[in-house]
Design a binder for this molecule. Structure first.
Ligand SMILES: [Zn+2]
Length: 317
């Protein structure tokens, strides 16, 4: 199952309670999956269609719960698209007006007739509960989210300006950026930053999905710091090796010029210790001395050795 489907399945488990939120979510689902057809003589037909069966079941539940409407369900297979099966929910001419009145697309006239006033919903999104529900509906109907292992990207497709404006309003309410782009002529709003995606998912109630993303983020951070530590260790090791090479070269030069014999005993010991252990760190060299000395002691003796070697070199020139 894709990450998007997992996220949508989670959203479909949320139980909307307030009737205002039921309508807001239905509104976004209609704006992303719904269509309206005019049958003549003022009769209309409302349909929802989508490939995600769980989302379609959600629409059915919301319609029943909010408006006591029971749409007809049928499936269509499209051979052209590799046999993908679509679920279609239909509200016939008798049920559609109630739905369209709830979305303020139709009005109830005094004489009992209904009148189509708008082809897009006019639901007022002022309460924060309804804005959350609207965003959830839009995510269910037109949203997709990339698997976090493959990068951070969440988008909601916008079929027209009206849903784009409503989405922008809701995103703004939760301090989320409004970024839009288009692909093959279809516009969409998207979020790219992990913090924004997490905020959005929390707003719509996908807490399980948030946890999955957060866990992966922690794993990545730990891995990152381990890599940094390894790189740092490597750099220190390289530095240590370079210093050791330099010391070995100097000691070899001294030995060539018979200079080792003239050294004080402590420096002779130091030179011998380095020759015996070319890879040892200064601290390890110090431990090998008798009696053992600290790192700074070793450093001091190495410096004296170097000075001595340089003086000796000048003498021989
Ligand atoms: Zn509400």
């Amino acid at each position: 199952m894709s990450f998007s489907s997992e996220c949508k399945n989670e959203l479909c488990l949320i139980k909307p309670e307030k009737s205002c939120c039921l309508i807001s979510e239905l509104c976004a689902l209609y704006m992303t999956m719904g269509s309206l057809s005019l049958l003549g003589r003022g009769k209309v037909n409302v349909q929802f269609s989508g490939e995600n069966i769980t989302v379609c079941r959600r629409i059915y539940t919301l319609l029943t719960q909010a408006l006591h409407l029971a749409p007809q369900i049928h499936y269509v297979s499209n051979a052209r698209f590799g046999g993908t099966r679509k679920c279609v929910l239909t509200l016939g001419p008798l049920q559609s007006p109630s739905f369209l009145i709830a979305l303020r697309m139709m009005t109830d006239e005094k004489d009992g007739a209904v009148m189509l006033r708008s082809t897009t919903p006019k639901v007022s999104l002022t309460r924060s509960c309804c804005m959350r529900a609207f965003l959830r509906g839009a995510m269910l109907g037109g949203g997709s989210i990339t698997k976090p292992e493959q990068g951070y990207h969440l988008e909601i497709s916008c079929r027209d300006d009206s849903i784009r404006e409503d989405l922008a309003k809701c995103l703004q309410k939760f301090d989320l950026p409004i970024k839009q782009s288009a692909r093959k002529g279809h516009g969409y709003l998207y979020l790219k930053q992990i913090d924004h995606i997490v905020t959005f998912l929390k707003v719509v109630g996908a807490n399980q999905t948030v946890m999955e993303i957060e866990n992966l983020r922690v794993q990545r951070q730990v891995l990152g710091s381990v890599h940094r530590m390894i790189n740092c260790d490597n750099a220190n090791l390289r530095k240590q090796m370079n210093a050791s090479d330099e010391q070995l070269r100097m000691i070899a030069e001294l030995a060539e010029n018979d200079g080792l014999k003239g050294l004080p005993k402590s420096l002779q010991e130091m030179a011998a210790a380095r020759l015996n252990a070319p890879d040892a760190s200064l601290a390890q060299l110090g431990e090998a001395m008798n009696p053992p000395i600290g790192k700074s002691g070793v450093n001091h003796r190495m410096r004296r050795l170097l000075e001595y070697a340089e003086n000796k070199k000048k003498e021989t020139l």
